[in-house]
Structure formats: C-alpha cells, structure tokens
Design a protein around this ligand. Structure first.
Ligand SMILES: Cc1cc2nc3c(=O)[nH]c(=O)nc-3n(C[C@H](O)[C@H](O)[C@H](O)COP(=O)(O)O)c2cc1C
Length: 339
C-alpha cells in the first residue's frame, strides 16, 4: 500500500519559498500536506508580515497547506482559525504541542502543553465547543509524548481520544530529547493501539532504510511526516511514494540537477524578500546543514559555502559545489547539528 507523505513544519526552513520550490521540483502533487512553521497569535489579533507572506494563498497555489498555530489560549486559537478561514481560505489548522524550545515551554506552550493533561483537556474542550470551529475547521495536533519522560503519555492520549481530531501527528520524543536520542517506539506503539484518531508518524525517517523499517514496525500506519529527511535528500520522495520502495531505482544525476533547481528557486525568492546579503545567505546555509550529508567529495566546497558572506561569493561557491560534489543515497544519516 502506498503511503501518504507530509512535509513537516520547520521554522526557518520550510517557509513558502521552500514549499513551493519543493513542489515544483520534487513534490509534483505527491506531498499530501505541507505544514507551515508555527504562527504564534499575539494580543493584537493580527498576523505578522512574515506570517502573512507565508500563508498568502498566492504563495501557496497548487499545494495542500495546513497552517500550524502555537498557543495555549483557546480564544487565540479560535480567532486565529477564524481569520485563517475567512481571510485566507484555510479549513485545516494544526496545533503545535511539540516545540521543545525553552522560551516556548516556559510559557506552557508547544510541548509545555503536555505538562498538565487536565489543562490540555480544557484547551481542547474550549476549542471543540466553539461552533465556528465545529462548522468550519478541521483541527489536528502535532504532539510529543511528554516533557521529561513518557510516563504520562497514556493520560495525554486519553485527552486526545476525547476529541474528533482530523489526525494526531506523533513525534515520539519527549521535550528534553529535543531532536536527539532514539525515538520512543514503545510509546508510539501505545498510540497505534490506543488512538481513536488517525495517526501520523513523524521522526527520523531520513533514508529509504529508515522508511522501510518504520513501515515494517508499524504496518497499521499509512501516513508519515518528514522534516530533516526531505531537506537533506529531497529526492527521497520518489522512494516514499513508489509502489515498491525496496527496489525503486533512483536517478541520482537527475536528483542532483533538481536539487540545484530547488536551491536556486528558494534562493531567488529569499533574496527578493530579505534585505541585504546576510539574512538570505544565513537562511540558505541552514539548508546546507542538512543537504551536505547526502554528498560525497564535498568537504572543501561545503566549507566555502558556509564561509561566504556576500552574494557573489555564495553563488560562486554553490556553483563549484554542484559541479564537483556527488549525490549519494545513504543507508543512515546522523545529523550532528545541535538544536
Ligand atoms: C530547525 C527546526 C525547526 C522546526 N520547526 C518546527 C515548527 O515550526 N513546528 C513544529 O511543529 N515542529 C517544528 N520542528 C520539528 C519538525 O517538524 C519535526 O517534528 C522534527 O524535525 C522531527 O522530524 P524529522 O526527524 O523528520 O526531522 C522543527 C525542527 C527543526 C529541526
């Protein structure tokens, strides 16, 4: 059975510039949902310019986009959903219950929402009680499995099971894992056996081998969300959606060409919206922190990209990189970047 594939929300990486470039070069109608990095509703009941750019329907044409919202205030979730629906045409909103960042968790947002299952219950209760939400909005949740440990995950699952979620996307790590450490697959197994809502698995699918293993471990799960794996190796999508992922033969030369195209589209968009050289280049370097893992013979070339400060140097270094480096399909990837 073919899987459904989602692109994960990644702040600083999967903004609309990346999503639409990805869709044009690799996605081609095969990414079932693209999730925006989180929008954080503020007191002024309006969105930031950056947020508006990201959700603007002109920038998201031809892709199925779900907007992610991070708040622990039901009223903020509701006005945001209303505005996203009425002004921007969205009808599916995802709640962020996973962000591990200290400043977020200290305010009981993101994965901080998992600290108190009763409070989480009250939040969801108020959201699902709202008639506008009931009539117009599909609500999904992207969650971790706990804050310091996964002991309370059954309580958290009990809460989710009380609501008709569009789906429950589980990243089976606790907050203190950040993006490191092994996935808590026992907890995910618990979710598979106990969730009354459709489940999506998110986490550490970076290669064909990782994907095949997860499909074998969880044959009940048909939807997978990928973040770092699709940034590092965008061509992996061809394997993920193929009828036979084990034997699918990739054309790595064509993938490398398409990666260059993807890169150039993202770069052109970012340069056009970001003032000065530094900001756009900095954001492009974030992408390279993942992409560098799927190329051989490129240490020197990658160094030159990372060192570049001015656009001319950056562009020249990228050209040299794509001329020399060799794309390789990995069995395993270990991202060393600290988060
Ligand atoms: C740099 C970075 C930014 C992220 N931003 C978000 C975000 O805005 N919202 C969210 O729910 N998760 C965010 N995540 C988590 C990813 O969506 C995903 O859950 C995580 O990377 C695990 O999936 P992966 O192993 O396929 O990358 C972020 C992760 C990283 C590394």
């Amino acid at each position: 059975m073919k899987s459904r594939i989602y692109m994960a929300p990644m702040e600083g990486l999967t903004d609309y510039t990346f999503r639409r470039a990805y869709e044009a070069t690799f996605g081609k109608g095969r990414v079932d949902k693209y999730f925006t990095p989180f929008i954080s509703p503020n007191q002024s009941e309006n969105f930031l310019a950056r947020e508006i750019r990201d959700i603007d329907s002109e920038h998201n044409k031809g892709t199925n986009v779900v907007v992610q919202v991070m708040t622990n205030e039901p009223k903020d979730f509701i006005w945001t959903a209303k505005m996203l629906h009425e002004k921007y045409g969205y009808s599916e909103i995802n709640l962020n219950a996973g962000c591990p960042s200290g400043t977020v968790v200290s305010k009981d947002k993101g994965s901080g929402m998992l600290r108190d299952a009763e409070k989480l219950d009250r939040f969801l209760d108020a959201v699902f009680e709202d008639t506008f939400i009931q009539n117009n909005i599909k609500v999904s949740v992207k969650t971790r499995i706990g804050v310091e440990n996964d002991e309370n995950f059954p309580d958290i699952m009990d809460v989710y099971n009380r609501y008709p979620l569009e789906e429950l996307i589980v990243h089976p790590r606790v907050r203190t894992d950040y993006y490191r450490n092994d996935l808590h697959l026992d907890a995910f197994r618990y979710a598979v056996e106990n969730s009354t809502n459709p489940l999506v698995l998110n986490g550490d699918i970076f290669t064909r081998k990782n994907y095949i293993e997860m499909r074998h471990k969880f044959p009940e799960v048909h939807t997978f969300m990928l973040g770092r794996g699709l940034i590092a190796d965008p061509g992996l999508i061809d394997v993920l959606v193929s009828e036979e992922p084990e034997s699918f033969v990739r054309d790595l030369d064509s993938d490398k060409k398409r990666m260059k195209e993807l890169h150039n589209l993202v770069y052109a968009d970012r340069v056009s919206i970001m003032p000065g050289d530094t900001h756009a280049i900095h954001r492009m370097k974030e992408m390279w922190c993942y992409m560098e893992y799927v190329f051989d013979d490129c240490k020197k070339e990658i160094k030159a990209i990372k060192k570049s400060q001015r656009m001319e140097d950056y562009k020249a270094a990228v050209d040299v990189f794509f001329n020399r480096a060799k794309l390789a399909e990995r069995e395993n990837i270990i991202f060393s970047k600290k988060f």
